[in-house]
Design a protein around this ligand. Structure first.
Ligand SMILES: NC(=O)c1ccc[n+]([C@@H]2O[C@H](COP(=O)([O-])OP(=O)(O)OC[C@H]3O[C@@H](n4cnc5c(N)ncnc54)[C@H](OP(=O)(O)O)[C@@H]3O)[C@@H](O)[C@H]2O)c1
Length: 361
């Protein structure tokens, strides 16, 4: 793989912090690393691959001095920075929703549709952190039998909303636990008195609670997050016929999203076929011995790159149905790892514009 110069916009955020760790873990071939964030973080120093790097402001000049720009700073920043970076000759891997449904921008999970990177016009988008694990299982399973319909309910961690939400869950939990500590003879049979608990990240407190609400509601009653799961899955799998109904729920978990998935195939498919197929797909790990209490859980998936799948069983409600449970670290495969894999794939295939001539195979 070519050695390249990179910039990360959003280096001080939840995804940014994990991205910097993974850069090191994967020995990503970066000769020069530039870190950017909002004005309030300019001048901060972050440690990356043994070097101390000062956070800078994003400028056209900086964007012109790197080969690949990763953006993990929110859609409005991406809308501004990505076109500028492309104009400056850089290749952009964008983590936000800004360009995901743009027909000129490939939306990629490398194990699923890595070939789509070849169609890029400067920007490649990475999907939403709930869509990525779903397509990682749908891709190999569609080869067993076409998938007609998916019903998916998500249990999404607070880190999916960024660093502010992580802090909010920590503070709210600490406050409620502290109140119970003061009255040890009075065990908490309620979820804590959330009146007066400060909540900025969500419309309600998240500690000891679940919110059936991620992003804004559409007129059809679904939320934007739920519609992303439908639209992004169809785009990645190149299949506009798959019917998908999602309910996305925020839960008081720090890291890793879980999903209860019900898949209806064109023909009956057995749980054993599903286990075997998923076990041989790269990036998927089957963890399925429920009678021994072994199944995927966020506490185990956090910090790992695989999508973990278990509770694989026949869906009793449909002759061609399979039900399963999957868990994936939203900051890694759901965000940073996938973005780095896209860049690695583009480098391997000689698709990074500034490095085209020196690509290997
Ligand atoms: N969290 C996830 O699981 C996840 C998964 C998939 C995709 N994503 C996407 O990844 C992006 C980042 O999410 P996050 O969870 O890491 O958010 P976050 O924790 O809120 O971090 C946001 C980052 O963007 C920076 N930023 C804000 N305004 C900026 C500006 N004008 N110019 C440059 N940098 C700016 C922030 O810098 P300061 O620290 O200086 O404010 C911070 O580094 C979002 O688009 C999100 O949708 C997140």
């Amino acid at each position: 793989m070519d050695v390249c110069r990179i910039a990360l916009v959003g280096a001080t955020g939840a995804v940014g912090g994990v991205f910097l760790k993974i850069l090191e873990e994967r020995h990503f071939p970066a000769s020069d690393i530039r870190l950017c964030a909002s004005k309030r973080s300019v001048g901060k120093k972050l440690k990356v691959m043994g070097r101390e790097i000062v956070v800078e402001e994003v400028t056209p000049r900086l964007l012109g001095e790197v080969d690949i720009v990763f953006i993990a700073a929110g859609a409005s920043v991406s809308l501004e920075v990505a076109p500028l970076a492309v104009k400056q000759g850089a290749f952009v891997v964008d983590k936000s929703s800004a360009f995901r449904m743009d027909p000129d921008v490939p939306l990629v999970v490398p194990e699923v549709n890595g070939d789509d990177i070849a169609d890029h016009k400067g920007i490649v988008s990475a999907p939403n952190c709930s869509t990525t694990p779903l397509v990682m299982v749908l891709k190999p399973l569609r080869e067993l039998s076409p998938v007609r319909r998916v019903v998916v309910d998500t249990y999404q961690s607070v880190s999916g909303s960024g660093a502010e939400a992580v802090e909010e869950l920590r503070v709210q939990s600490g406050r409620l636990m502290g109140e119970w500590d003061k009255t040890p003879d009075d065990p908490p049979l309620v979820n804590g008195d959330t009146r007066g608990v400060r909540h900025d990240a969500y419309p309600h407190p998240i500690a000891f609670n679940t919110l059936p609400h991620i992003e804004e509601f559409w007129d059809n009653g679904y939320t934007n997050e739920e519609m992303k799961m439908l639209n992004e899955t169809r785009k990645i799998l190149h299949d506009d016929r798959i019917a998908i109904s999602a309910t996305c729920v925020r839960v008081p978990v720090m890291v890793s999203h879980s999903e209860a998935v019900h898949i209806e195939f064109e023909r009956p498919v057995s749980p054993d076929e599903v286990r075997e197929t998923l076990s041989s797909f790269p990036g998927v790990c089957v963890v399925d011995e429920p009678k021994s209490n072994v199944y995927p859980m966020p506490v185990d998936a956090a910090g790992k790159d695989e999508v973990f799948v278990g509770r694989i069983r026949r869906d009793m409600s449909h002759p061609n149905g399979i039900a399963m449970w999957l868990v994936s670290d939203n900051l890694r495969k759901g965000a940073a790892t996938n973005a780095l894999q896209i860049a690695e794939e583009a480098l391997r295939r000689g698709l990074v514009p500034r490095l085209k001539d020196s690509a290997v195979g």
